[in-house]
Design a protein around this ligand. Sequence first.
Ligand code: GLA
Length: 391
Amino acid sequence: MTIRQADIESVFREKVGRRLDRVIVRSPGRVNLIGEHTDYNEGFVLPASIDRALIFVVSARNDGLCCFYAADLKDEFSVALTSIERTQKGWPNYLLGVIEELKKMGLSIPGCDVVFGGDIPIGAGMSSSAAVECGFAFALNQLFNFGISSMELVKLGQRCENNFVGLNCGIMDQFVNIFGEDRKVLKIDCRSLAFEYFPFERDDLALVLCETEAKRSLASSEYNIRRRQCETGVGILQKHKREIRSLRDVSPELLNEHRNEMEPIIFQRCAYVVGENQRVLQACEDLHRNDFRAFGGQMYLSHSGLRDGYQVSSPDLDFLVDAASSIDGVLGARMMGAGFGGCTINLVEQKGVDNFVEEMKKSYRHRTGKESNVYVTHIQSGTCLLPMIEN
Ligand code: GLA
């Protein structure tokens, strides 16, 4: 990653100049071990920040302009602070939304120069969007000494995505981006926002991501539909128990009791979420006991639920999970993130990793004629400041 930092710093020097007042921030992507589509149902998730990240170099301007340069896309965008609005270009929205949300908090900036880039693949489900939002918000917080707390940065990142980008996402991605730690997974209670770290320090195990080629075009519309279906289910159950606020409050028994009052699809969606919350809690107990085989079992169950109950998987994701399950040394596999594309996450014995990577690439090529990108990832800290490499 240091090499990337040097690259981004040198692009900054070229585009902006030598600025001693610049701040440099590393903002990582994430994996999620288990707990999918539970965050916006006030449930539990178990993500971790990883060794793929964006580097931001940011300095102040005094002329009311914001000038952004996306080093990987070799694309730039400038706008006056007084005329910020959504742009068709796409990527600047993740930065503009942060400035807009700061404004709503009564915090203004005099202008800024921003250069960023890194090695989180875009659209692969490793949450490059939260990395942009939270990395930039963190950098501005440092640069202008706003004194925003870590938890407020998380919420600001989420509001940016909800209000400006337009995806009604939950809080998981922004949370782990800010709070992630080296070699630890983070269990988040998405209702109380209480969190707990679990050591994930087994050198004999690896986390490997296998990417599908599919474009995730369905992801955002279907995501919002799933949210509404969950709310419909909660609405029906609330008629019986007024204290129910979300699917977090619903037990499998209660859900079954009222099954006949719901359209089958609503029941199916709710049953998945209720089951997934239980799987996260079970998986955390497995971690406590250091039982990674049982943990992997929960991952497989999670995938079946996402495929059959929540129906956010895809034939390619299912294929990758099936293929992984038949390879020696694989303890668990499932689709990861919102679904309809992106990656599968696989828990693999370290000694079998090379074979796993080769076998997975071979099967995917055989099926689709295309290469699958396979990433061996390590858990690394959340967003942080980096020292300047040179003056
Ligand atoms: C996306 C969202 C998250 C979460 C996952 C599904 O990554 O940004 O909030 O809902 O999908 O678990």
